[in-house]
Design a protein around this ligand. Structure first.
Ligand SMILES: *Cc1c(COP(=O)(O)O)cnc(C)c1O
Length: 390
């Protein structure tokens, strides 16, 4: 079946006992047993597994074209589960353009366990290959990246990682944080990734009303290992949140199309405005590695970043004050248009020098297009930008 059909039906068929068309929010912490070691329906204790989470995990796995998914209380909890695969003296290879919270998790939480991080010089498969060492057990990537939307050839990266063996004689795991494209627009397992991670808070939920995370894998042993950790550490997604995410998934393909359409319109508008210095949008034909959009994606998320010409902090603040529709807030992927200031918000965890090096300057703004009418979004941006030039 096609994606839009699976988004509505995978993991969410009517309840065989009651006929209820929607998945029940299973508000129970535990399940009655029929005797020693005898589970009635495969469920024992809700942290280990429960009907609400199992449906959501089935849906997400199916939509990613993967065998197994595991859902967590947040995207960061999902990332933590992946990092638990590492042992002291292991090394993570990553690229400079990754989510600020992931950077913080690597440097401020895991480094004290003797896990090191090596950042590839450039966001290219070749640079990643050069950075691999006999300590590398994990390669962490994001494409398009947050917030500059840098594109990385995932199939080529996967090929390099596959052909490499670390000191344990193992190939490192290739992780792709697929939050930005969502399962609707990119499926990294098919491109050779071992692990796909999501902040479900963003496009999967889609309505800015829930925090959640997911991991998708194909490998049976890897799944068992991550599932063991999910139960042992316990940062699981609650049943009500599972329901909200499942409801979000049903309209994911529709929403993504509209987010994308709005992004094309707004990016084009920004590019033509005299107060805008630079626009970051992979849909532009002259955007670096633009060919990868057609090669590995089915569409683009509704994210456009741009720099205000000669914009210092007071100027950026004036721009924010001039907006009536866009809401200044962290996060992205909801039905309402949001904007954020990466240097002071999503990427505040990076030291100033690090931010400068990768282009997260004070005049950089990230827009997350909602599903409103593009004309209204453009009008709002035009008014706020025109006030700056006055
Ligand atoms: C938001 C985000 C995360 C973290 O997810 P939470 O649900 O906020 O914990 C990870 N990666 C990317 C790309 C994100 O945008």
């Amino acid at each position: 079946m096609k994606f839009a059909t699976l988004a509505v039906h995978a993991g969410q068929r009517p309840d065989p006992h009651t006929g209820a068309v929607n998945i029940a929010v299973s508000l129970t912490s535990t399940f009655q047993m029929d005797g020693i070691g005898k589970l009635r329906n495969g469920f024992e204790y809700a942290r280990s597994d429960n009907p609400s989470r199992r449906s959501l995990e089935t849906s997400i796995a199916t939509l990613e074209g993967g065998k197994h998914a595991l859902c967590f209380a947040s995207g960061q909890a999902a990332s933590t589960a992946i990092l638990d695969l590492l042992e002291p003296n292991d090394e993570i290879v990553t690229t400079a353009n990754i989510y600020g919270g992931t950077y913080r998790l690597f440097h401020k939480v895991y480094q004290k366990y003797g896990i090191t991080v090596r950042v590839a010089d450039k966001t290219t498969p070749e640079s990643i290959q050069t950075a691999l060492s006999d300590k590398t057990t994990l390669v962490w990537t994001e494409s398009p990246s947050n917030p500059l939307l840098t594109l990385l050839d995932l199939a080529e990266t996967a090929q390099y990682v596959k052909n490499f063996k670390n000191r344990k004689g193992e190939k490192p795991f290739l992780v792709v944080d697929n939050t930005f494209p969502s399962p609707a627009f990119q499926n990294p397992l098919a491109l050779g990734a071992d692990i796909v991670s999501h902040s479900c808070t963003k496009y999967i939920g889609g309505h800015s009303d829930v925090i959640g995370g997911a991991i998708v894998v194909n490998d049976e042993t890897l799944w068992q290992q991550l599932k063991f950790y999910q139960n042992a550490a316990g940062a699981v997604q609650g049943p009500m949140d599972c329901y909200l995410l499942q409801r979000g998934l049903r309209t994911l393909p529709l929403r993504m199309k509209k987010h994308e359409e709005n992004a094309y319109r707004v990016a084009e508008f920004l590019r033509g405005h005299s107060c805008v210095e630079e626009v970051f949008f992979p849909g532009f034909e002259d955007f670096p590695n633009h060919h990868l959009v057609a090669k590995q994606m089915k569409g683009l998320p509704g994210i456009v970043s741009f720099k205000i010409r000669n914009g210092n902090l007071p100027c950026v603040n004036r721009f924010f004050e001039g907006l009536k529709l866009f809401i200044l807030a962290e996060s992205l992927g909801g039905v309402e248009s949001l904007l954020c200031h990466p240097a002071s918000m999503t990427h505040a965890a990076l030291p100033e020098s690090e931010r400068q090096k990768i282009g997260i300057t004070d005049n950089l703004i990230r827009l997350s297009m909602g599903i409103e009418d593009a004309d209204d979004l453009i009008e709002d941006l035009r008014n706020a930008l025109n006030q700056l030039s006055e």
